[in-house]
Ligand binder design. Structure first.
Ligand SMILES: C[S@@+](CC[C@H](N)C(=O)[O-])C[C@H]1O[C@@H](n2cnc3c(N)ncnc32)[C@H](O)[C@@H]1O
Length: 353
């Protein structure tokens, strides 16, 4: 394979471009879900006003109520900064309650079971694993020489490593997957999305995660459930179906760091395959130095690099990275080609390149 190249310099990567001023300030520089430059209340208001609109109104209402609740804010202020995000608090509450929380149940938890709640928050991390993101990755794989070797960093339980096992429905363009029992991922294509006629052959796959989750472990599976937002329709069923698919064909996810362990894991990919290194909703969780180090490390590999992250996480010029929908991700190849805007949960892809 001779698609070896160095990616454009990431010196341009400053502390997070303000993509649209008011709506997307946290994406570039701040850690996902919590921008330490503003108060915890402001972070919860931002979550209520941005991420949950049209998706999970109940969590929007909840986040807004947390932003106005002194007792819960005080509870959060005793946690490390990286542990104060809405996703983690709400999932931990759901873990204890057995059902998604509302503000009343959350107040009761903070009053009566603060130690238990803090323990879950400290023990767990935001590892939401959304199989449907495979539907926004697949068009970027079209045309690559097969077989493919897939290396996903931040793979969680490896559900987004099973690209060839799911079936797909792009507005009637149907692609049967290798595992007929695995979920069918429905994705609305917009623009000239390159849709394949069949799924690519995958000869090798591996994930890297700081904390690999095991689909066969009931506690891990349950935590993934707790991370879902209420009112998002088919996500729950899709998660169960994807977990079952992962139990039938366990995707190998290695414990490690996306920079420190990249070269080691990539070295076991078969040399005759096209190595594709990819990630979604991962680089936002590491600081800008680590993002830069990752871009350099992946640039040194003989690999295609696909990044599906919030705008600004992998920097492009503001003009190309802006999309009317505030929460859309940017699908970027090799650090420089903006291929598409994508729904963070994989339900649509808007091809631009
Ligand atoms: C929100 S999940 C996304 C999972 C998957 N990529 C998807 O799209 O469904 C982010 C994952 O990145 C992992 N992660 C965060 N920082 C990491 C690092 N420095 N090295 C490896 N994995 C990391 C977390 O443990 C978590 O499992």
């Amino acid at each position: 394979m001779s698609h070896h190249h160095h990616f454009p310099p990431l010196e341009m990567l400053q502390d997070g471009p303000m993509v649209s001023g008011r709506d997307l300030p946290a994406a570039g520089g701040a850690m996902a879900g919590h921008d330490p430059a503003v108060s915890t209340a402001a972070n919860y208001r931002r979550f209520a006003g941005r991420e949950t609109i049209g998706r999970a109104p109940a969590y929007g209402v909840l986040a807004a109520a947390v932003a106005a609740d002194e007792q819960i804010l005080t509870f959060l202020s005793a946690l490390p900064v990286a542990k104060r995000q809405p996703n983690l608090l709400f999932a931990a509450a759901r873990h204890l309650l057995g059902t998604p929380t509302d503000i009343h149940a959350l107040r009761d938890l903070v009053r009566g079971r603060a130690d238990e709640l803090a323990a879950v928050i400290r023990a767990r991390r935001t590892q939401t694993n959304e199989a449907a993101r495979c539907a926004t990755l697949l068009p970027a794989l079209v045309g690559l020489p097969e077989p493919l070797a897939l290396l996903e960093v931040g793979a969680a339980a490896g559900l987004t490593l099973l690209v060839d096992r799911y079936s797909y429905d792009y507005a009637g363009h149907y692609l049967p997957g290798a595992d007929p029992q695995a979920p069918t991922l429905t994705c609305q294509p917009r623009g000239p999305v390159p849709l394949p006629e069949r799924l690519p052959t995958v000869s090798w796959r591996a994930g890297i995660d700081l904390n690999p989750l095991d689909a066969a472990d009931p506690n891990d599976a349950r935590w993934l459930e707790c991370l879902l937002w209420p009112g998002e329709g088919d996500r729950e069923a899709r998660l169960q179906g994807a977990l079952e698919a992962a139990r039938r064909h366990p995707p190998p996810v290695h414990r490690g760091d996306l920079v420190d362990d990249l070269v080691r894991v990539a070295a076991s990919a078969p040399p005759d395959a096209t190595l594709v290194v990819y990630h979604s909703a991962v680089l936002a969780y590491v600081d800008t130095d680590k993002r830069r180090a990752f871009a350099a490390a992946v640039g040194d590999l003989d690999a295609v690099w696909l990044s599906n992250e919030a705008p600004g996480v992998v920097p492009l010029s503001t003009a190309t990275a802006t999309y009317p929908r505030a929460d859309s991700f940017n699908l970027i190849r090799n650090g420089c080609d903006l291929l598409a805007f994508t729904d963070p949960h994989g339900t649509w892809i808007d091809w631009v390149s």
